[in-house]
Design a protein around this ligand. Structure first.
Ligand SMILES: CC(C)(COP(=O)(O)OP(=O)(O)OC[C@H]1O[C@@H](n2cnc3c(N)ncnc32)[C@H](O)[C@@H]1OP(=O)(O)O)[C@@H](O)C(=O)NCCC(=O)NCCSC(=O)Cc1ccccc1
Length: 150
């Protein structure tokens, strides 16, 4: 994204991605989509199915982790100035309720807590189609100067 619009701020970059209607490859693999973005806020949706189960038959914990990491990351991205980049340093997940292939359309909403010169903090929560809280996350992200593309 920042490679495509390096002169734009984070919100403009994410909005440009949203406008294409395409998802990065991880989103395509998991069939998880960014559906909303504002400055400091993002929403992802996904419908877990039989392709994302763990050996116990529940939804693999990585599915919710991927949605929550994405929600925290894009919430932080949308708060950045032009020329800044970021990456997740740490992600803490609380699995409150198990997801199943019957959970329906799940929504992960991310929110930035603070953005400093070097570190951003974000949090996210994931609800199932019935509106039940299934998982929460807190994330620490490193903010750094974007490297120009070679
Ligand atoms: C069950 C508990 C851990 C604890 O809940 P508590 O503190 O006791 O709370 P509470 O009693 O309020 O129950 C809440 C609701 O849960 C239901 N329920 C309760 N017990 C069971 C049960 N035994 N089985 C099924 N459901 C149970 C209970 O009826 C209630 O539902 P209801 O309101 O009646 O409709 C809950 O926090 C949870 O499910 N977290 C999600 C964990 C998760 O999904 N982790 C990620 C996947 S792991 C992975 O992938 C790693 C891996 C990968 C690859 C290879 C190997 C491994």
């Amino acid at each position: 994204m920042s490679e495509v619009m390096p002169e734009a701020d984070g919100l403009a970059q994410v909005r440009a991605l949203l406008a294409t209607g395409r998802q990065p490859s991880m989103g395509e693999t998991l069939r998880v989509s960014l559906v909303e973005v504002d400055r400091g806020r993002s929403v992802f949706e996904g419908r877990p199915d039989a392709s994302v189960l763990n050996p116990m038959g529940g939804v693999h914990g990585g599915y919710a982790a991927a949605m929550l990491d994405s929600a925290c990351g894009i919430a932080a991205h949308s708060s950045l100035k032009a020329g800044q980049a970021y990456t997740t340093l740490e992600l803490k997940i609380s699995y409150v309720r198990g997801l199943t292939k019957e959970s329906g359309l799940c929504r992960a909403e991310g929110r930035v807590v603070s953005v400093g010169r070097r570190v951003a903090f974000a949090e996210a929560s994931l609800h199932d189609e019935r509106g039940r809280l299934c998982a929460t996350a807190t994330s620490t992200l490193l903010v750094f100067e974007a490297q120009p593309s070679p």
